[in-house]
Ligand binder design. Structure first.
Ligand code: AVJ
Length: 322
């Protein structure tokens, strides 16, 4: 007798595109949302790079200034002979400042989901820092559980710049800090860049620049869906909305439908009411204190925070032994 199961087993497994799955899931609920990690395709990364140079967007300039000025003080806290682990490394511009200031770092471990980028940058780092062991890791740092084997024997310092932590809900940020603590281990120092809560005016302008680059960056998410998932979003019929939500201490970015309309993607029809929005990003802002409280609740002892009044760089130490 021929078994039904044999027939079923021969059918090729369905390949699931995580981008497609997340887009369908986010656009099928109310309120509609899309995960901000999808901003960073090639076009989106180039637009973000332009954002970092805008006169209104102070965070990158502020953080670079703090790392330059306090690099020696920050890296003097690192355990001797340590490996520096960066979560979501990109082009490692900021890590280079720490690596130049640090005498005692023996290895650099950039973790990023984009493998191409990571390999190209690793070659440049090996040339620029010949005494340093470079161990790039292609991984999603939000789900990673263990340090790479190459640095298992070394004490560790962690680096999470850019206020990327602001993209998480506070409870998710706490969960991430806790997992990072498990990866970095007892005695580790964690350097985290965090944007500060401040005048709503300054925050508003940082996400509503005159040149409209942030609007393009936000709308690129729809362009990406059109490119990669065969969507038919009309980019003219959606508007960039960014505002400061003071109660929740966060910038919210949305894409608002200018009219009632239907959009097709991946054999699915998505309906929009006039004015309905897709929530594309939260960027939480902290005070020095509120971030230190969050860190403490996640097993990290705050050692010091450096600030220029706009942005903050925190040094935390893992004292828990587990
Ligand atoms: C890289 C997440 C920190 O929230 O400021 C910039 C991203 N979005 N302009 C931020 C972003 C719009 C940025 N982070």
């Amino acid at each position: 007798m021929i078994m039904q199961t044999a027939v079923r087993a021969r059918r090729p497994p369905e390949t699931v595109n995580p981008f497609a799955a997340d887009v369908i899931a986010g656009l099928s609920v109310k309120p509609k949302y899309l995960p901000p990690k999808y901003f960073y395709d090639l076009a989106g990364s180039a637009l973000f790079e332009r954002i970092t140079h805008l006169p209104e967007y102070y965070p990158t300039r502020s953080e670079l200034g703090l790392l330059q000025k306090y690099g020696p003080a920050i890296t003097s806290l690192f355990p001797p002979g340590c490996a520096l682990v960066e979560f979501g490394a990109g082009a490692s511009t900021k890590a280079r400042i720490l690596l130049r200031a640090a005498a005692s770092v023996e290895a650099y471990v950039p973790i990023d989901i984009s493998g191409d980028f990571l390999q190209k940058d690793a070659a440049r780092l090996r040339r620029d820092f010949p005494h340093l062991a470079i161990h790039p890791v292609v991984a999603d740092f939000t789900t990673m559980l263990e340090p790479p084997a190459e640095i298992a024997a070394k004490p560790r310092a962690g680096f999470f710049p850019g206020s990327t932590i602001g993209n998480f809900e506070p409870h998710e940020a706490a969960g991430f800090l806790r997992r990072a603590g498990a990866i970095l281990g007892a005695g580790a120092v964690f350097v985290v860049g965090v944007d500060l809560a401040k005048s709503p005016d300054i925050l508003y302008r940082a996400y509503n620049d005159e040149e409209g680059v942030t609007a393009k960056f936000n709308l690129n998410l729809l362009a990406r869906i059109n490119r990669e998932l065969g969507g038919n979003f009309n980019l003219e019929a959606f508007e960039h909305h960014a505002f400061y939500n003071a109660e929740r201490s966060r910038i919210e970015m949305h894409l608002a439908s200018t009219k009632r309309q239907k959009v097709r993607l991946c054999d699915t029809t998505i309906e929009f009411r006039a004015g309905e929005t897709i929530h594309t990003e939260n960027s939480y802002k902290y005070s020095i204190d509120s971030f230190q409280v969050l860190a403490l609740g996640s097993g990290w002892s705050p050692i010091k925070a450096w600030t220029d009044g706009l942005f903050s760089v925190h040094a935390l130490r893992m004292t828990e032994d587990r």
